[in-house]
Design a protein around this ligand. Structure first.
Ligand SMILES: N[C@@H](CCSC[C@H](N)C(=O)O)C(=O)O
Length: 961
């Protein structure tokens, strides 16, 4: 009997339970051969067939180039070697095929296979394929005279159409399933039968590296050749490079054997030994890796990321996959919607090694577009729908809890997720180790889902998989559009004309408007709040301040209306008013843009300001609402000017606490500026692929150039002047430009200036709202009179704060400062700065209580007031290594004190503008559905404040400064 002439029952995964049932064994095995016939895969892995003359338990390494004699089995190691024969025999057992070959690398295996192709032959391949495969196919096309076509092999109609077109010229179809890196599934049976029917000579070739023979044996599904990178799961330790070719048909085997001998690409003896040793543990490694990968995929999916993994119920071809494979594998990928965030996540892990390849006992993390798939051009990647922000995770055999700890830490640190404080239930990660272990051991899936439930994806507030998919589509869609534009193709279908920001005259206010609303009708903008890290109050006296954006934002929606009215709806501050445009005080209003580009005037025009103030006298509004109405009307009338009286409905909402010193008024002002500039066609946005993607809270790209950002900032500053009289300009600069910056006012002949702190690292901060109201004006005036009363002391404090700002700038811009030093340096400066602010009399007992709580052991954290002080918010630096359970305890104690803490990352994107939208927006809105689109404006007004970012993301593609 032929040793390879038996079939191996599948063991792992859904199709067959892992356990070996005694009952499934033959009741009366008649011989040793019969018993061996029933061995499961794991048993075969562990039992190599040795024909060694001394009965060596481990296959010896025949480290020799030549063999003596004339008629022996071997003459020259290029042509054959006993160690390689032992390996190839073992591989044939595992692949349940007649012949297997071991070559130097996976790419060598593919190269040998592609040598079966002749000029003029047609080769079909998928669109999502490994970068090295794409490179070799491109070479075959450009240098080898073959015709290579890429198509979605999982779309039956497409494959049929191409096969009909090329007919018998099709000589090879190259399939990956699951694909690398998007984990798409191709139906191997379907493809094999269609291809063989259309072109009987064509070879169906499957790259089985993602699965290994343990999970998938494509020769049993109709494929002609299987190849596998032995560097991955087969060897499992990343200590050897190898490639495997497995075939069933004799004539194909002969051609492959000829090519390997001719090219001298057979695997060297030492490497054969290493691969043989790795194979022994293949099944147990894979079991562990697959199980952990499932948990990791579930975790990310529960957090709201779009996860590509065939083991998830959400995978569109999960059933097809389990119809041909016995498990989901241990590679998964997911998108974050933002390249910067992905880079931070990848760079922030410790246990997950940043590396290409997969299948190793150690877990790896990578960004395919710049690593394994970098050989595919950016244009091609975009055309094929490969997101630049994609992260690939290759799960190893480490303890799943450590892998999750490390990933979670990096997700938090990068700002991609944040801890939820709105949950009453017990945390899944209790402070004592024992209960966590019990949950993990008893029900790992429950453990992981509960654990993920403690967090939410930033900007997505716990949204589900479907929304994340929308995000991915919109991100890729924008990228493809950019590439098309760059290549000179026309804009995306149905989107022409949207980039100018022109508004149509349709009345989008009508709730009966039935089709999906678009950017033609809707202007949607958003801007972040800010935290002042150093130099508040002192900035008023010419000292440098350092501020950064935070991931809490205000949003504004503006739609044009044909009825000549201006309506304002700012529910968070109680402003709801509507006027006929002609009743506004146009007669006494002379302010206008300073140039024809529409630049904002540097100062308020007193007569125009007085006219609007008079118009709003006795408006019955509270002071905040009154100031906002004043600012909106002033900006509207100045930009629009007398001639352009465009009707509009303006609505603004805030996810940012108002009046807490987090820059809500500047965030509102920036939204006012951008929305009205858009209304009057003064602001163009165009997604660009030139610069980096925006460090956006939701899917988006840079697309607002610096000149336009300056334009928006100018008008935002003007609106801030209406509201505050004499603002520093730092808040609106951060709200518009995002990131972090150092700022100083021009004073006493000394020029002021603003510098972006590019080296700003994403650092976690806890912002704690004391909920104590205060008056910024009074506090600023208080500091001024203190300085007047004791100028020498005032000067000393200002000099000290300037020194702090300088040292902080040095730390934040230092290219190679170790992160630990950065954090400890900033911590000391925070404490120092607070002491000076306290000396200036702007602290408050509530702020001091927060300092006491956060500074107490075991936390020992540094906290300062931020903004005006006298209440408002405190900011606490959270070191990277602070255990999550401890952080949670701290947060809980602050909540118990009646404060409202927000865990935030700083330094993210600035102002955002909805660039294009083509779908209904709020699937959760009452009555919404596929055929009942809720207009954007209505949905915007109704959506819960906590879901604003989720909602905004769903509206379409955004561009950011
Ligand atoms: N620099 C290498 C990249 C190898 S990627 C290896 C592996 N197949 C993966 O998917 O990670 C190259 O250009 O080939």
């Amino acid at each position: 009997m032929n040793d390879n002439d038996y079939s191996t029952p599948p063991t792992p995964g859904v199709a067959s339970p892992l356990g070996t049932s005694i009952a499934s064994l033959p009741s009366k095995p008649s011989s040793v051969e019969d018993r061996r016939k029933n061995w499961r895969f794991g048993t075969i892995c562990a039992t190599t067939e040795s024909k060694d003359q001394y009965g060596a338990s481990s296959v010896p390494i025949y480290q020799t180039a030549t063999f003596k004699g004339l008629n022996g089995e071997y003459d020259y190691t290029r042509s054959g070697n006993p160690t390689r024969t032992a390996l190839e025999t073992q591989l044939a057992r595992l692949y349940t095929c007649s012949r297997a070959f071991a070559v130097s690398t996976g790419m060598t295996a593919l190269d040998i296979i592609l040598r079966l192709i002749q000029p003029g032959d047609v080769v079909l391949a998928g669109t999502d394929i490994y970068g090295g495969t794409d490179r070799l196919l491109t070479f075959l096309k450009t240098q080898g005279g073959a015709e290579v076509r890429h198509l979605d092999l999982d779309v039956r109609d497409d494959l049929e159409a191409v096969l009909q077109d090329v007919g018998k010229r099709c000589k090879m179809v190259l399939v990956e399933s699951p694909t690398n890196p998007l984990l798409k599934i191709a139906d191997l049976r379907m493809i094999s039968s269609l291809v063989h029917a259309a072109s009987p000579e064509a070879l169906v070739v499957v790259d089985n590296t993602m699965m290994s023979p343990y999970l998938q044996r494509p020769l049993n599904l109709g494929a002609d050749i299987v190849y596998d990178s032995g560097t991955k799961y087969l060897s499992g330790h990343h200590d050897v490079m190898a490639g495997i070719i497995a075939v069933e048909r004799d004539e194909v085997a002969k051609r492959v054997a000829f090519l390997i001998n001719s090219t001298g690409t057979g695997l060297a003896p030492q490497d054969c030994f290493l691969l043989l040793r790795g194979l022994k543990t293949l099944s147990i490694r894979m079991d562990r890796q697959c199980a952990t990968a499932h948990l990791v995929a579930l975790y990310l999916n529960t957090l709201g990321f779009h996860v590509n993994f065939p083991g998830l119920a959400t995978h569109p071809d999960r059933d097809v996959h389990y119809g041909q494979a016995d498990g989901a594998g241990a590679v998964l990928s997911f998108t974050t919607g933002d390249v910067g965030a992905s880079e931070r996540i990848v760079g922030g892990t410790r246990l997950w090694g940043i590396s290409v390849s997969f299948g190793c006992v150690n877990s790896l993390i990578s960004m395919p577009c710049v690593m394994s798939h970098a050989s595919i051009s950016a244009e091609k990647r975009a055309e094929r729908g490969l997101p630049e922000n994609l992260i690939r995770l290759c799960v190893g055999i480490e303890d799943p809890r450590d892998l999750i700890d490390d990933l979670e830490h990096s997700l938090l640190e990068s700002g991609a997720i944040y801890q939820r404080f709105d949950i009453d239930s017990e945390p899944a990660t209790p402070t004592t180790a024992e209960p966590t272990r019990d949950i993990y051991v008893a029900d790992p899936e429950r453990w992981i889902v509960e654990r993920a439930g403690r967090f939410a994806r930033s900007g997505m507030q716990g949204k589900g998989h479907q929304l994340a998919e929308d995000e991915q589509k919109s991100g890729v869609g924008a990228l493809v559009d950019n590439v098309k534009t760059k290549l000179g193709f026309s804009g995306p279908e149905g989107k022409e004309g949207q980039t100018t920001g022109a508004v149509s005259t349709n009345d989008s206010n009508s709730a009966s408007s039935s089709s999906a609303t678009t950017a033609d009708q809707d202007i949607l903008v958003s801007a972040p709040g800010k935290v002042i890290l150093f130099g508040e109050h002192a900035v008023v006296h010419g000292v440098t301040a350092i501020a950064a954006s935070i991931n809490l934002r205000c949003f504004a929606h503006l739609s044009r209306r044909p009825d000549h009215k201006l309506s304002l709806d700012l529910p968070d501050i109680g402003l709801v008013r509507e006027w006929d445009i002609d009743v506004l005080p146009w007669g006494s209003f002379t302010a206008q843009p300073t140039d024809k580009e529409g630049k904002a005037p540097a100062e308020l025009d007193p007569a125009s300001f007085a006219a609007v103030e008079k118009f709003l006298t006795d408006d019955g509004l509270g002071s905040t609402a009154h100031a906002a109405a004043l600012a909106i009307i002033y900006v509207y009338m100045t930009i629009g000017n007398k001639q352009e009286r465009r009707g509009a409905s303006y609505c603004a909402r805030s996810a940012l606490p108002i009046g807490a010193g987090l820059g809500s008024s500047a965030s509102y002002a920036s939204c006012i500026s951008a929305a009205f500039l858009r209304l009057f066609d003064r602001l163009e946005v165009q997604p660009t692929s030139d610069g980096p993607e925006a460090d956006a809270p939701y899917s988006g790209h840079r697309g607002i150039p610096a000149s336009q950002a300056d334009l928006i900032n100018g008008w935002a500053f003007l609106a801030e002047k209406v509201i505050h009289g004499n603002p520093s300009g730092i808040d609106n600069a951060v709200a518009v430009k995002g990131g972090a910056l150092s700022f100083s006012r021009a004073m006493n002949g000394k020029p002021g200036g603003m510098t972006g702190l590019r080296g700003f690292k994403s650092i976690r901060f806890l912002l704690t709202d004391t909920k104590v109201p205060r008056s910024t004006k009074e506090l600023v005036a208080g500091v001024a009179s203190k300085m007047q009363a004791d100028p020498a002391d005032g000067k000393r404090v200002m000099t000290a704060i300037q020194d702090i700002a300088d040292r902080a700038t040095g730390l934040l811009t230092s290219a190679d400062l170790p992160r630990k030093q950065l954090i400890s340096g900033l911590s000391s400066l925070i404490d120092e700065n607070h002491d000076h602010l306290s000396h200036l009399g702007v602290s408050h007992p509530a702020l001091e209580l927060i300092r006491a709580r956060t500074g107490a052991s075991p936390h020992n954290l540094s906290t300062k007031l931020t903004g005006a002080g006298g209440g408002g918010c405190a900011v606490t630096l959270i070191p990277d290594e602070m255990p999550e359970a401890q952080l949670q305890d701290l947060i809980q104690s602050l909540l118990d004190d009646g404060f409202q803490p927000y865990l935030t990352a700083v330094g993210g994107a600035g102002l955002g503008v909805l660039h294009s939208s083509s779908r209904a927006v709020d699937v959760d809105a009452p009555g919404a559905g596929e055929h009942n689109h809720i207009p954007i404006r209505k949905a915007f007004q109704e959506v819960d404040a906590a879901r604003l970012e989720v909602w905004a993301e769903k509206t379409g593609d955004w561009v950011f400064t």
